[in-house]
Ligand binder design. Structure first.
Ligand code: FA5
Length: 359
């Protein structure tokens, strides 16, 4: 049987206990004890439904008012204790505003990326735009379309990493409909396949450069790597001559090395260009006197080039009587070696920060 006087006592007792609490964890316990699912006040509230109508008006109202007041007081206490705890924490923490901040060192581009950016900038000024192609390439684009049929001895010029054909090949969505010509079966050995892809897609005039990674199954030494970077260049239009090729590449070398570097063009052979030439520059490491990098010759090979072979034009359905063009492929690591006076290209891929920070 509930009577008002015992309820008063209970109320005073609970309010007094609440006033004494001094920590948030004690308050949590207290709240559970009184207001939890099986708490003292909760049980009392449940018993109101069993009271007579008369008692509901007095005792029921008392209990409900008690609950409202008690809930408000608990909330007030909680806010107070939270503020006290925050103030305590702040008074213990020392924050010295005079200390210098943490300085995070600024990174910069990898030297090879710097070379690519500079190269793109120069060719951009000549009117060339950047194009792109897949690193996993088909035999067709890497060899056949470039006039290197199966069993042609020229395939030995570039030792190839073949990809094992297991199940479904990854698709190349940007290249549209996949044909057997598109099935990637190797890691491209040069950036030249992009020449064919671009000529298939766009009509002349074309002037592109294609910086990218290429792969060859080769032993590494100071000037050779099994994964390196090339930039391909292609210019196709009416009346393009070998003089245009020589002029463009010589001017590029002068702008890139910021010196009046000497160039020489040696007859060479690439199945996809006719005539073909390799461009050497006077060795910038030893100024042409002979060193380890130029193998004591005073000259270093920088790139392969030539006039686009009519057979390649036929492959992409361009009339060789109407159009002519030149193409070239430059080794980016070699450019970096000469630009920065580094005598071993392996340094560029070792990721030694002591080396990289110097650029
Ligand atoms: C080619 O790859 C031809 N596709 C270039 C070309 C393009 C010729 C267009 C004609 C027209 P070559 O195998 O010579 O050619 O390589 C071109 C350049 O890549 C070389 O001059 C050299 O600078 C660089 N290079 C070749 N092999 C390596 C290697 N293993 N490591 C680093 N650089 C290399």
């Amino acid at each position: 049987m509930i009577d008002v006087s015992s309820l008063y006592l209970l109320k005073n007792e609970s309010f007094a206990e609440l006033a004494k609490l001094s920590s948030l964890s004690d308050l949590d316990q207290f709240e559970l004890y009184w207001m939890g699912r099986k708490g003292k006040l909760t049980t009392l509230l449940r018993s109101v439904s069993e009271l007579s109508i008369e008692d509901k008006k007095t005792i029921g109202k008392f209990i409900n008012d008690y609950k409202v007041e008690f809930t408000a007081l608990i909330l007030q206490k909680k806010t107070l204790l939270k503020n006290v705890s925050l103030e305590q924490k702040l008074s213990q923490e020392i924050f010295d505003t005079t200390l210098p901040g943490t300085i995070f060192p600024r990174g910069h581009q990898h030297p090879l990326s710097q070379v690519i950016a500079e190269l793109v900038r120069i060719f951009h000024s000549f009117g060339f735009v950047v194009a792109d192609g897949p690193e996993m390439e088909s035999e067709f684009y890497n060899f056949e379309a470039l006039n290197i049929p199966p069993n042609h001895p020229a395939r030995d010029m570039q030792d190839t990493f073949y990809i094992e054909q297991t199940g479904k090949q990854p698709s190349l969505p940007s290249l549209g409909h996949l044909t057997s010509h598109e099935d990637p079966s190797l890691l491209r050995t040069h950036t030249s396949p992009v020449q064919v892809r671009i000529m298939q897609k766009y009509p002349p005039p074309i002037s592109i450069i294609v910086p990218g990674r290429v792969y060859r199954h080769e032993a590494m030494d100071a000037t050779h790597s099994c994964m390196f970077h090339q930039v391909e260049g292609l210019l196709v239009d009416k009346n393009v001559s070998f003089a245009d090729l020589k002029g463009t590449l010589t001017r590029f070398a002068q702008l890139f090395f910021e010196k009046d570097v000497k160039t020489r063009f040696r007859p060479s052979y690439f199945p996809f260009t006719e005539p073909s030439a390799e461009m050497d520059i006077s060795c910038l490491i030893c100024s042409g006197t002979g060193c380890r990098v130029c193998k004591q010759t005073g000259w270093v090979e920088l790139l392969g080039s030539g006039m686009v072979n009519p057979k390649v034009f036929e492959e992409v359905r361009l009339d060789p009587d109407q159009y002519s063009g030149f193409a070239f492929g430059i080794g980016i690591e070699r450019l970096a070696i000469f630009k920065y006076g580094v005598d071993d290209l392996r340094l560029f891929c070792e990721n030694d920060l002591r080396f990289l920070k110097q650029f």
